[in-house]
Design a protein around this ligand. Structure first.
Ligand code: S3P
Length: 172
């Protein structure tokens, strides 16, 4: 589309816990824009944490909410949005994002990611009751889906500050 890069919505995708929220927040600050975290919006609406929503209402309800919020925010301008790692698996969400926004895939190797599992597991229902082999399979399955992006950034090493700087650099 014809909107200049700097004015477009920016959306961060990638596997659970790679830093979409942290990096997204920094990018939004540098661009003087507000920051939207889809998980946080849903959590606020329900007045509970994501694991509680999964438990009380089920994953299906959560996925429908994801779609509602993504639709709402991608219909606006100047948004910097981070979405939960599973949202992009929905065909409709993927289409909305790719049409309306610049989609940044924050990519990490499995070797780096697996070091984070202990700090993620309690807050990520999708990781619970799965073996490491199953989580690895999920990681690669989703990597294929995230390959539909506009920009990709490797974030194995370096700080979130550096990642944000590099992203801004790509937009200029
Ligand atoms: C999910 C990722 C989570 C959150 C929910 C489901 C997923 O967000 O939306 O637990 O299916 O990958 P993060 O990617 O921020 O961990």
């Amino acid at each position: 589309n014809h909107v200049p890069l700097r004015e477009q919505n920016i959306i961060f995708i990638g596997f659970m816990g790679v830093g979409k929220t942290t990096i997204g927040q920094k990018v939004s600050e540098r661009l003087n824009r507000t920051f939207i975290d889809i998980d946080e919006e849903i959590s606020r609406e329900f007045g509970m944490s994501i694991p509680e929503i999964f438990k009380e209402y089920g994953e299906k309800t959560f996925r429908e909410k994801e779609k509602e919020y993504v639709e709402y925010y991608t219909n606006q301008k100047f948004q910097v949005i981070s979405m939960g790692g599973g949202a992009f698996l929905q065909d409709e969400i993927r289409d909305m994002c790719l049409k309306s926004s610049i989609v940044f895939f924050l990519d990490m190797t499995w070797e780096s990611w697996k070091e984070r599992i202990d700090i993620l597991i309690d807050s990520r229902p999708v990781l619970q009751n799965r073996s490491m082999e199953e989580i690895e399979a999920l990681f690669y399955e989703r990597k294929d889906i995230y390959s539909a992006h506009h920009f990709r950034m490797e974030i194995d090493s370096g700080s979130s500050e550096e990642a944000a700087d590099n992203i801004i650099g790509l937009l200029e």
